[in-house]
Design a protein around this ligand. Structure first.
Ligand code: ATP
Ligand code: MG
Length: 140
């Protein structure tokens, strides 16, 4: 597998509990390099645009409220097979189903407040990175 970049968010439940460093330590221990990072506070409309793919789902409004409730940390992670590796380190969406040692198993509060987002495919990674970062902000 080639070196890839993926997009990651440390979500409001995690920034609220000062877990940015602990989560970043997990990424770095897994060989994922943080090549861009910024802390921002999304508006509800911005959160809605980011998660537009879920707009028909019953949890969409709650998800947009949550993602705009406090600051997030937007990141680009780089490494061998980074998209799949990041999903592995994150664990299952529902923390009750997440494997031991994963971020969501250790830190997530619920299926909604689940501490991290990670891109699910190369195409979505490219779109999500471009939504949050300019080329000048990706510093290897
Ligand atoms: P993400 O896209 O955030 O990386 P994911 O790919 O594991 O997570 P998705 O199915 O894409 O999961 O759902 C996006 C997000 O919507 C979840 O991470 C979670 O915050 C929220 N979500 C998903 N399912 C539910 C649910 N049943 N109830 C409440 N919130 C949910
Ligand atoms: Mg998803």
């Amino acid at each position: 597998m080639a070196v890839q970049r993926t997009f990651s968010i440390i979500k409001p439940d995690a920034t609220n509990r000062n877990l940015t460093g602990a989560i970043n330590a997990k990424f770095e221990a897994a060989g994922l390099r943080i090549v861009a990072q910024k802390r921002i506070h999304l508006t509800k409309a911005q959160a809605g645009e980011f998660y537009a793919v879920h707009k028909e789902r019953p949890f969409y409004d709650e998800l947009c409220e949550f993602m705009s409730s406090a600051p997030i940390v937007a990141q680009v992670l780089e490494g061998e097979d980074a998209i799949a590796k990041n999903r592995e380190v994150m664990g299952a969406t529902n923390p009750a189903e997440a494997a031991d040692g994963t971020i969501r198993k250790e830190f997530a509060l619920s299926i909604g407040e689940n501490s991290v987002h990670g891109s699910d495919a190369a195409e979505t990674a490219a779109v999500e990175i471009a939504y949050f970062f300019s080329g000048l902000e990706l510093v290897g």
